[in-house]
Ligand binder design. Structure first.
Ligand code: ADP
Ligand code: MG
Length: 730
């Protein structure tokens, strides 16, 4: 290892891992201490106000202006006891990160005096001039005002000396400019639609919440080595780097013991998360070296999304304290696994029932089958939009590229449930009611679902959307994503499907068909019409691509192709009919996605060009000169025949290096020209497509030569930390 790189690493490695002591060995004693949760609210608010706030949260409405003052003063009192001096509205703009603007609690009252102030209007609304945040053409710069408004369903919390208030973010004209606004609307839609359908089975259900349990994968790398890689610093991924002698083939990292430095980091992170009420439960090593995963206990979806955004923030902050850096990029390193964020999703009722968990009685299992089949049908009818929901520049490296899951959406339910659906299709007759015996038999079999599933929760790790016993696991989502993108889609499409189901069943009932029979007939119909989306085989195999095409499933290989679906007629109608987003809002989102993609690839392209020309070429030339000197020296001291023998290898190396230098120089030049040309194009879509199809492939050509040079050039002078250094130092 080159001396300079070694010294950098040695410095950070020599520090003893800093193990932070938890406030108590009992997590219960400090869980949620920094959260303005229900318990704290009850303590700091009058009974009446508390009741009103709870009611607002229940109803999913915005808070009544009349009570915000009382809530604000309770928040202020609580926060000031905890040495808090500032507050901020925290929102999730379409950049994918979390944004905040801190304001102090103080306010001048006359020339010299100030008082601590935080009142209802400050709690309810802030007005960040966030004209640089993406808006997709919704906001003109002359009307740059955006508003943030408190989301009472996600509790305020404290970080450092700042109280953070989760908010939505909308334009002056009321359009959503963030991830949270449509999410809350989609959750509301699925709530109403699911409650209506539950009415067939259980009249006590009056609220259905979507639940989300994410699993966050990430890499840890040494801070000093990270800093020496401009590509990691600027793009979060390595654009160059030859694969190391050893990758992940020995599987010796997966579920192995967690290295000390990483462990010390996780301990501190978990303490912070517990204080913030993020129920982190699991941590383990992942497949690739230096890759790890955190998973919490699932929560109501809106809260789970906020917690994931918060976690990603804190992960970064705490890693730096441990001389580590967190990589949340989907593919930081070629040749080893990338990182995803599985979204486990289900629906649960106010009566404590998980609607995707088989129940104890035939009736509750009918309800389970209803939600299962409607979800499958929703995915079938909207697979293109689901694909679009996870389409980003980073995730493009995972989906269908060097690594599965594929860019084809399919649903896995396992053999037992497949048999159950087949039975439903064969037994139920569209024209004549089931006889008493047939009904008993079918009910008996439906009643057996829980037992069957108990022993047979098949796992298919290659499915992008898999049923895992009591929830669906959406696996294709990228590690850096805001979960809302996928959660808006899944909850909206299921809401729409459930509304349709209710209509279809009611139409049958109107014709005089009994309720149970009507439900069975519609479920049969959906099972047949959505069959194409169900796939139990190997989703990573080439045969699946052929088979999926035969079935008429889409295969949107690149991000720009998938983004187009965000604004299709079907998508526009979906969001409009549910009131999740207006057409204008939906289209704006698509435009932002194109722009974001273009910007990210453009930045990568600049970094590729910069490192290649300013770091790699000079190094290669230096080494080549070294070889040339060697050859000249040999010529001076050897006779012609001896010289020919002794210099042939060096001469070949010199020629090889020249060839690579030429490729790099020419391709970088060509890439810059293409960039200039594409930047002049008008259409965001066209730009994104061309960055994808023309600029991005050039990275590979340049990389091939750079990585070859890495193997040839003297290690001592190679400027970039190598894969073996980044991946195997703990
Ligand atoms: P695994 O999939 O590794 O076997 P689990 O089944 O325990 O592990 O759950 C994985 C993730 O799924 C966890 O984050 C968990 O909180 C989440 N999960 C479990 N049940 C639900 C549910 N009903 N809704 C949403 N997420 C859930
Ligand atoms: Mg899982």
């Amino acid at each position: 290892m080159a001396t300079i790189r070694f010294k950098a690493l040695e410095a950070s490695m020599s520090r003893v891992p800093r193990i932070v002591k938890a406030p108590s060995t009992k997590i219960s004693e400090y869980y949620g201490v920094n959260v303005f949760d229900k318990k704290v609210m009850a303590e700091y608010m009058s009974k009446d106000i508390y009741k009103q706030v709870m009611q607002t949260i229940e109803d999913g409405k915005t808070i009544d202006r009349k009570i915000t003052n009382s809530v604000a003063s309770a928040m202020k009192a609580w926060a000031m006891e905890k040495q808090v001096t500032h507050y901020t509205h925290r929102f999730q703009p379409l950049t994918g990160t979390t944004a905040e603007k801190h304001d102090a609690f103080f306010e001048p009252i006359n020339d010299n005096d100030v008082i601590e102030r935080f009142d209802g209007s400050q709690l309810a609304q802030q007005e960040p001039d966030a004209s640089r945040l993406p808006n997709g053409g919704i906001r003109n710069t002359f009307e740059a005002r955006g508003y943030t408004a408190w989301d009472p369903s996600s509790p305020a919390f404290i970080i450092g000396n700042t109280m953070c208030i989760p908010t939505i973010y909308i334009s002056y004209t009321g359009e959503a400019l963030d991830y949270k606004t449509p999410l809350l609307k989609a959750l509301n839609s699925v709530d109403q639609a699911a409650v209506d359908v539950c009415g067939y089975f259980d009249k006590n259900v009056n609220k259905v919440s979507a639940t989300l349990g994410w699993e966050q994968e990430y890499f840890l790398v040494d801070k000093a080595l990270f800093a020496a890689r401009p590509d990691l610093v600027m793009t979060g991924r390595t654009v160059f780097g030859h694969s190391p002698a050893k990758g992940q083939e020995l599987d010796d990292h997966y579920f192995g013991s967690i290295p000390d430095r990483a462990h010390a980091y996780m301990v501190e992170l978990e303490i912070e998360c517990m204080k913030l009420g993020i129920p982190l439960k699991t941590r383990h090593n992942e497949v690739a070296p230096n890759q790890y995963e955190f998973a919490p206990i699932f929560e109501e979806a809106n809260l789970a999304v906020d917690h994931n955004q918060l976690l990603m923030d804190i992960m970064d902050k705490i890693a730096r304290k441990h001389n580590l850096r967190v990589l949340l990029h989907e593919k930081p390193f070629a040749t080893v696994n990338g990182s995803g964020k599985h979204n486990n999703w289900s629906l649960s009722t106010n009566t404590g029932i998980n609607l995707l968990s088989p129940g104890k009685t035939p009736k509750s299992n009918m309800q389970f089958l209803t939600f299962l089949i409607n979800t499958i049908k929703a995915v079938h009818d909207n697979e293109r939009l689901l694909r679009a929901s996870m389409a980003t520049a980073g995730n493009e490296h995972r989906l269908g590229a060097n690594e599965a899951p594929p860019a084809i959406i399919s649903v896995f339910i396992g053999r037992e449930l497949t048999n159950m659906l087949n039975e439903l299709v064969s037994k139920v007759n569209d024209n004549k009611p089931l006889t008493a015996e047939e009904k008993t038999e079918l009910k008996l079999n439906i009643g057996k679902i829980p037992e069957i599933l108990l022993d047979n929760t098949d796992r298919n790790r290659t499915s992008p959307f898999a049923f895992t016993g009591n929830k669906f696991e959406f696996r294709a989502i990228g590690s850096s994503a805001n979960c809302s993108a996928a959660m808006v889609v899944i909850n909206s499409i299921v809401a729409k499907q459930l509304i349709q189901f209710k209509k279809d069943v009611d139409a049958q009932i109107k014709k005089g068909i009994k309720k149970d029979e009507a439900i069975l007939r519609i479920l049969k119909k959906y099972t047949i019409s959505s069959k194409a989306i169900r796939f139990e085989g190997n989703g990573y195999g080439d045969e699946w691509i052929v088979e999926a095409e035969k079935r008429g499933l889409s295969h949107l290989k690149t991000t720009p192709l998938a983004i187009a679906e965000m604004g299709s007629k079907q998508t526009l109608d979906l969001y409009d009919s549910l009131g999740v987003m207006t057409n204008r809002e939906t289209i704006a989102r698509r435009e932002i996605a194109y722009d974001l993609y273009t910007n990210l690839i453009r930045i990568e392209s600049r970094i590729v060009g910069d490192i290649a020309q300013n770091h790699i070429l000079p190094t290669a030339l230096r080494y080549q000169n070294h070889l040339i000197k060697n050859v000249q020296g040999l010529k001076d001291i050897l006779d012609a025949k001896e010289f020919k023998d002794a210099s042939s290898v060096q001469l070949d190396m010199i020629k090889d290096i020249s060839a690579h230098i030429k490729t790099i120089k020419e391709t970088v030049g060509e890439m810059i020209n293409e960039r200039k040309r594409i930047n002049m194009l008008e259409s965001p879509k066209e730009k994104a497509l061309q960055y994808c199809d023309i600029v991005k492939p050039m990275f590979d050509t340049i990389r091939y030569s750079v990585d070859k040079l890495e193997l040839m050039v003297d290690d001592e002078i190679w400027p970039l930390p190598k894969y073996r250094e980044l991946l195997f130092n703990h």
